[in-house]
Write a protein that binds this ligand. Sequence first.
Ligand code: NI
Length: 175
Amino acid sequence: MSFSQDLYLKALTFAANAHGEQKTPIGLPYIVHVSSVAMEVMAALRAEPGGDEDLALVCALLHDVVEDTGTLPSELEAAFGRRVADGVSALTKDPSLAKPTAMRDSLDRILRQPAEVAMVKLADRITNLAPPPPQWRAEKISAYRAEAVLIADTLGAASALLAARLRQRIARYGR
Ligand code: NI
């Protein structure tokens, strides 16, 4: 693997500051989610070398900062460059759209980005298909599973390893 450790730490620190006190649905500091997504991407890059590892890992670490914090794409561009800002923007759902439409719209924008950006989306959903929070109802769980199938079908070509892991998680999810 060849990625910049300095850049990785810069992105991790940026994400930690941006997410601040935000927690995951099970109450962990949000940076645990972000780090888990980066770890999934790293494992895939090790198994399937090639591609822009810095782009993949930095987008993984920053993938939720625009959607979940006040961070603007222009701030990402200033700190990490245009490709990262464009990648994170594609990974950000448009809040003006209804839920299913917003996911489809984001997936369409991800498809127009380098494959590294699609890898981040696959890794994000692998991470999010851990056992659902106890308060989630059956309909919400099955909708979330259906959305994961759409992600695997739409973006799976970006990484055979991540697509296989996502399909494994889908098969086990909510059982
Ligand atoms: Ni996420």
